[in-house]
Design a protein around this ligand. Structure first.
Ligand code: ATP
Ligand code: MG
Length: 463
């Protein structure tokens, strides 16, 4: 059963029960009030006849009262104490006779209602006692046929039926409109998720409300956007990778083919073998970086933290890098104002610093100075690598940590790598709960800064 039908049915049944109960309650109350009103006015009329009789108890008065009642929809029977009828405005049948002969005990002066049950009897009745003080004593019975009440109830029932019909009609219309409003976004969300599960991420869900349904719609839209972005990124990534692999493989194949020629001189063959070797190294390096990223993605990339003295750690890297920079005609310096201990995976972190230094070597001309700086600020360790290289244009800065992103799109083998280094760096730093940021000015230089939490002195075995 559809959700909208279920919801509508529940809503309808609940309203139906509430509606029926309140209608029944209202109907009974209206009828009861009417009957009470009738009984009270009947009793008041009987009391007023009693008052007249007590003032003037004559045959004329009796006849006059009887005549008056004969003209109305009420009737009167005036009896003695023993039940003998003195005057009556109606024919007294067996039912009335038995009522008249019912024994009345201690009837109060204002009388009482002797026949209140209009459903079981044909009439309602009250009795009022009279005593004129000269021995004339008895009762004034007032009767009213319940035809009048029945007619009123029939009329009331018609009104109630009309009201019930109108209420149900409007209820159905309301339920229909409400369900349309309520279920429309749910149906579009269902359609959207169906589309997503079939691999089509081009979903557009308008968020019209700020309630839970609106939030859900917004979340599905975000999910669809993310999936769409990931799909696009994956396709671009695969296209780039295949391009990266195709180029060196074409070289390898071509030079291997030439190298196979028997007529080729040995020195020529060696030259081609060198090219093949270089290209194979390139492919190997690319595959290594891709493998690292794949491990990070599959959460197979484990960080084995050790307590490391940051000064010793960076000094050893600096010592390793110095001859390489020297060879390129550049300088590197190391300034360390902290002797603190951090919990890092030294092997992975060395990869981070070497990657950043590798970029400096690739993207800085000779005769420049690179500074590795480590300092302790507000219980955090900051490691920065500042170069005097060509810098990164501001429009490229937000993207340089993306996989396969390179500022120089020409992909020249000399000036560029795969665009994976910084992506790996970022993943490793974040796996250490750290943060890497970059500031750069074209023509002036670039500064990468890593922020790391340090370990308290007491915890450290090195400091
Ligand atoms: P890979 O590191 O995978 O061999 P790559 O060095 O090109 O290749 P990243 O290290 O991810 O890739 O760097 C991305 C891009 O950022 C580089 O292509 C380069 O354009 C720019 N870049 C990175 N570091 C610097 C720097 N120190 N100075 C100028 N540009 C830089
Ligand atoms: Mg790099």
């Amino acid at each position: 059963m559809k959700f909208s039908i279920k919801l509508g049915l529940w809503f309808f049944i609940c309203i139906l029960i509430i509606e029926t109960a309140s209608m029944l309650y209202l109907h009974n109350n209206v009828v009861d009030s009417l009957v009470n009103e009738e009984l009270n006015s009947l009793q008041a009329r009987g009391n007023s006849h009693r008052d007249v009789l007590e003032i003037s108890f004559h045959n004329d008065t009796l006849q006059h009262i009887s005549l008056m009642e004969a003209q109305t929809d009420t009737d009167v029977i005036i009896t003695k104490f023993n039940g003998d009828i003195l005057e009556s405005s109606i024919m007294v049948d067996a039912g009335i006779q038995s009522m008249l002969h019912k024994k009345l005990n201690d009837v109060a002066r204002n009388g009482y209602i002797i026949q209140p049950d209009w459903k079981k009897q044909n009439y309602i009745a009250t009795v009022s006692p009279y005593d004129d003080g000269t021995g004339n004593q008895g009762y004034v019975y007032m009767l009213k046929s319940n035809n009048h009440i029945q007619a009123f109830i029939t009329k009331l029932n018609h009104h109630f039926l009309l009201a019930i019909f109108l209420i149900f009609f409007f209820l159905l219309v309301t339920i229909y409109l409400l369900l349309k409003v309520l279920t429309k976004p749910l149906i579009s969300m269902k359609e959207a998720t169906k589309k997503l599960s079939s691999g089509d991420f081009s979903v557009s869900l308008p968020v019209k409300s700020k309630d839970e349904i609106g939030e859900l719609s917004h979340s599905i839209q975000l999910l669809a956007n993310d999936l769409n972005y990931l799909k696009k990124e994956r396709n671009e990534f695969l296209a780039c990778i295949s391009h990266e692999l195709r180029t060196p493989l074409t070289y390898i194949k071509g030079y291997a083919n030439i190298g196979r020629r028997k007529t080729l001189e040995e020195s020529e063959r060696m030259k081609y073998l060198d090219i093949i070797y270089e290209e194979s190294e390139y492919v190997q390096q690319l595959l290594q970086e891709l493998f690292d990223l794949a491990k990070i993605d599959q959460n197979m990339f484990t960080i084995q933290r050790e307590e490391v003295n940051i000064k010793d750690f960076l000094t050893s890297i600096y010592e390793k890098a110095r001859p390489v920079f020297h060879n390129q005609g550049s300088k590197i310096q190391f300034i360390c104002s902290t002797d603190r201990v951090v919990e890092i995976d030294p092997r992975r972190f060395e990869q981070v610093i070497l990657n950043l230094l590798d970029n400096v070597l690739k993207y800085s001309p000779a005769n420049t100075t690179t500074t590795i700086k480590a300092q302790n600020l507000n219980n955090e360790i900051f490691i920065s690598i500042q170069d005097q290289g060509k810098g990164i244009p501001s429009e490229d800065l937000p993207h340089i940590f993306n996989r396969l992103y390179r500022v120089d799109k020409s992909r020249s083998r000399l000036t560029g790598g795969f665009g994976l280094g910084l992506a790996i760096v970022k993943e490793i730093v974040e796996a250490h709960s750290g943060e890497i940021t970059v500031e750069s000015t074209v023509g002036v230089g670039t500064c990468f800064t890593i922020r790391l939490k340090e370990i308290d002195d007491e915890d450290s075995t090195f400091s």
